[in-house]
Write a protein that binds this ligand. Sequence first.
Ligand code: AMP
Ligand code: MG
Length: 768
Amino acid sequence: MKYRPLSLPRVPVGQQLTANLLADPVTPTAASLTATPVGYPSLLRRARFVQGGAHFAYVSPLPIPFPYDFPAPESSDANTTLGEHQKREIEAEAQQQSELDEAQRQEQTHKNAVRRMDQIESSLRGYEVQVPRAGARVNAVPPRRTDTTYPSARVVAFSPECHAHCLPHLAVGDVHKWIQQTSGDAGPYAYSSGPVADALAGGIASLFGETPGSDADARRAFSDWAAGRAVPLHVTAEQIDEASGAGVQFFQEADANAGWKQAAQENPARFSSEVAARRADPQRAYGPYALRYGGHQFGEWAGQLGDGRAVTLVEALDPASQRRWEVQLKGAGRTPFSRFGDGLATLKSSLREFLASEYMAALGIPTSRALAVTQFPDLPVARETVTSAAVAMRLAPSWLRIGNFEIHASKGEWESVRLLGEFVAHDLLRLDGVVKTGAEVAASTAAPHAAPWAERLVREVARRNARTCALWQAYGFMHGVLNTDNIALLGDTIDYGPYGFMDVFDEEQVCNHSDVLGRYSYKLQPTMVLFAIDKLLEALGPVIGFELLHDRAPQPGELLAADDKERAAWADHATEACADSIRAELQQTLLDAWSAAWCARLGVASRGAEVDKEELIDPLTEVLAGLDMTRAMRYLCRFPTASASPEAFAQAWVAHARHGNGAASDKDTAVHVEAARAWLVRYASWLDAAETSAADIVSAMRQKNPAFTLRNWITDEVAERLEGHNDTATVERVRKLCSYPFEDLSADDARYGEVGTLLRGHLPSCSS
Ligand code: AMP
Ligand code: MG
């Protein structure tokens, strides 16, 4: 059974993030998105501190240029924008006003400003989700998004592997074939959806129905969804009526947040009952949202960050595997968390995220996935230069990060911490015995025994991230921005920005141009994961301390009712009781996983992580320094069955992987070869102890040592060819290499495997 994007099955309501957590009070339900009050549609797009202890804000994708500008009113000339039109008006008004006195002038200026604001607001409103007719279940395409000024979309990359792995039940039509057919000269006018494509295809794609019609039809529907034009919103007319106006009231009250805190204190069960009621309502309104989180950036607390350019469309459930996938668009336009940003992403950064996600998955490193990249050829985005914008459609079981706990703890939103913790522990990590408090618990006077979850949660997050980081180290992956808002609770690698894969092995390497101090260098990644786990422990400290003292989870209101001194005492207790052991466990997990990964790459059995490290891996990394890591390790796969002497092999090995002009290393070649030889002799003795045949070792090693790595110059080249020549064929070619990195490179692809260089020069920076 195949489903169209907008009818994709969702996780059961009881396990949905949006049912379990608190929404931004300005848009309290998904129905609020269709009920934006006339004066305030921009509230969805305006940067603000989201209050009310909210975990997320409902918001729909809106990839349009920012600062916003719109078509001018019909009265003006055809080619002006609203901005230009207003500018002319202002000039004209200034002249007219010369005859007025000061009071009159002020009054008129104010009136005109309000009128112009209304013009902008109502233009924006035209792009927001609106239900076209009463009773419609889902709004497909907001009316103004069919306007020719709305950017049309062009799907330029698609991962059949991600499709098969995550959402095999999603109808995508012939999108993969279409991308290949529209490469190069066939590309410039090949829009996959949006106003231009509609004009060519004779109408908006049909978005509903569980069995797709034609392949082309399904492809257009997929493109509409992947471009953020068609918004999956499940609401009824009654839900819209109820939502109408509710949020603005909160916004207009100056001290609404103080009121919220007081309400939480006076009636602690309130939020739990609300959440419990939502969990029990299968007809609940459902819609897209952005997460609210904070984070430590480069070691400093940065306050509220949040999804400033990512919108989660749906928490999808694969009916066959029962796995959850939060489907997200990155680069989908402004949200309340956009701060000063435009909410957009460049084509290059979207492609980089897409390729890296799929490559990491193929290497077996926990990671978010990427299904597609959709370009907006006519939507410019300004960074160092102006290029076209694109969105990446990315998937993860959860996009919650360490920063999600941090924001609530930092603001004293202890009910939010508790609700988030229960959801993560119960529904995502599935820890034993966790009880999500709800109506029934809140109503009972005797506090029932609910198993503590906070310490177990921190330990599990630490273990998962330790294992992931171990694989980064063993495969030479550098994340580039390991801020606490970029570290996923579930341990997946997320937020691919200025990442790099090691070319020439160098432990000091820094891949993020903005990281002048080298905080996120390759070598320091484990330390930075440790730092992040410390921050999680700090955020949850009071809960852990409470649980240790009471031997049960806190009930609604209990954390909030305590005073700062009491919470600080709980936190101290937590630090004393478990900080050291959590750190030690993290480090041991990291070491064990790291040595296991290296042993697997080397085809040998572990002799205990410490021994492996000291006797085999550390000496190997000394040899690797100055060599192309991928080439060296792939070449090493020949060693177990090689007939050459260690001397001869070492010579060939170093020659194969060493940077040609020697600039990459100051090591003398002869010294390098001798070190390699010495290590090979030692390695041979480990191999001798193996119980499997040399041939079997070689074939196992070839599945652990990729022939292909995603070098920086490759992503640069793919992006440049796409931007400049509509070359989707190269994207597809590199994507395939990413998905099957353990296959030998064909003669045609040999250049992708040539010896790399030290990462210097054109490094990517944060958030492009
Ligand atoms: P990053 O370093 O890319 O993980 O981003 C840090 C924060 O900045 C996150 O809250 C992002 O959502 C936000 N951000 C990055 N780029 C943009 C953008 N172009 N527009 C709005 N917010 C952004
Ligand atoms: Mg981020």
